[in-house]
Ligand binder design. Sequence first.
Ligand SMILES: [Zn+2]
Ligand SMILES: [Zn+2]
Length: 537
Amino acid sequence: MKLTFCGAAGTVTGSCHLLEIENKKILLDTGMFQGGSEADDMNFEQFRFNPSEIDMLILSHAHIDHSGRIPQLVKYGFKGRVITSAPTFELCKIMLPDSAFIQESEAEWKSRKRQRAGKKAVEPLYTVKDAEAALELFHAVEYNKVISIDPNISIRMKDAGHILGSAIIELWIREKGEEFKLVFSGDLGNKDVPIMNNPTVIEEADYVIMESTYGDRLHKDTENKTLALLDIITDTVERNGNVVIPSFAIERTQEILYVLNMIKESDNYKLKNIPVYVDSPLAINATKIFQSFLPYFDEEAQKLIQSGDNPFDFPNLVFTHTADESKAINYNKGSCIIISASGMCEAGRIKHHLKHNLWREESSVVFVGYQARNTLGRRIKDGEKLVKIFGEEIGVKSKIYSIEGFSGHADQRGLLEWIGAFKKKPQKVFLVHGEEGALSELSGLMETELGIANEIAQLGQTVELSATSHRKIVVERSGIHKESLISTLSALKSNFSETLESMEHHLSKDDNVKLDALMYMLEKLEDNIAELKKEIS
Ligand SMILES: [Zn+2]
Ligand SMILES: [Zn+2]
């Protein structure tokens, strides 16, 4: 099998990897490059493959840096299926047309400017129509189910704990009579964050393609992020300023609302009456989708909701739909909290709120997510004192904060823990989705601390993967007699029923059994039985 890294190699954005298995071509993600004009140009470059030759795309999650170029893929002839989880499908239904709308508006704006200079108009990267055509190809699958997508390829999606519907993708590939397993981590979430489950532990793989976003960073004080936010809000309100939170429409906004709901429910009378604005149409729609996927939430959030407390609804929470409602926020007397997108401040209504608040000493800007290189968010976060917004220079006088614990990505410790949990060391791990420093630090630690062979993926690089000799599924044996096979079979039968019986017995009286591990083993057994059945029939 050939694996080619077509994006998010040496960078965080543009996730896209091509698998060529005998006569099949499969893509893992087709995301947009983000952060500045160089990234924009990369999106306009031709794909490193012919989209019409791609048989299938497996999508890890809805973030634009993973899904954003799917409509473009369709525009250039892709007709295969897009396999993903049900929440990712729903989220893409709002994200992709929204992204297309931004592309169309940008092209229109550029074209007008060019036409005034006597130049030719530009074409958008893709249109809303392309996005709609792309959504026709989507096909949702459940977590934890092995699905055969081809006689030689099976896949399974496991909760990555990163955003609603995010998945780690396991692939079993059979080629030339050998089988091996490839795991694509997608983006891995943080442990113990509101709403989301922890990223699923995977125990086995021959090869892993793994994200490295925070490979060189440890999140500070994850447990105290609610307190940190409470402190910032209290201080800002005392100064009569506004709290502006640039936030990704999906996940981060809902997580912040969850925490604000807790703050509002507490006895803090001062904060009870402070209005909270969610000023992003995309975030408002995403919040609705969240509410329709309760079974995907972690236990704590499910319990909260069952007790009658809806974390996305509390006094003085206002969802602003129209542009006029959005503008009115800035004429508000008294303090307020504004949550708005985009998360990296590159587009959307957040730019207006920054323009109105960055110059005010009494206001605060709180970063709660990753800020890619060359984005407005990164410049503010890195402490630039003068930034340009809508062509106007704005002095940065407000307080700038960053709360790391809200990040949707596992930090260095989380990443090492996840890859360290594999029972058998993978033959090789390919590190993707990170900036230089993060990649090299994670690579070094993986080698020295865990002894796991790894390589930093290069953009455009192709590697050849094959099964190791001991994983050959066609094992050549000689001298096996029918009798010995029959006796093995009967021993297996009694062993099997004994084990199942004792398991039932344990499950009924002891609740300390490792349910996850047992489920994993049972599922594997189920797979093997299915395999055997196929072989016999
Ligand atoms: Zn992501
Ligand atoms: Zn990502």
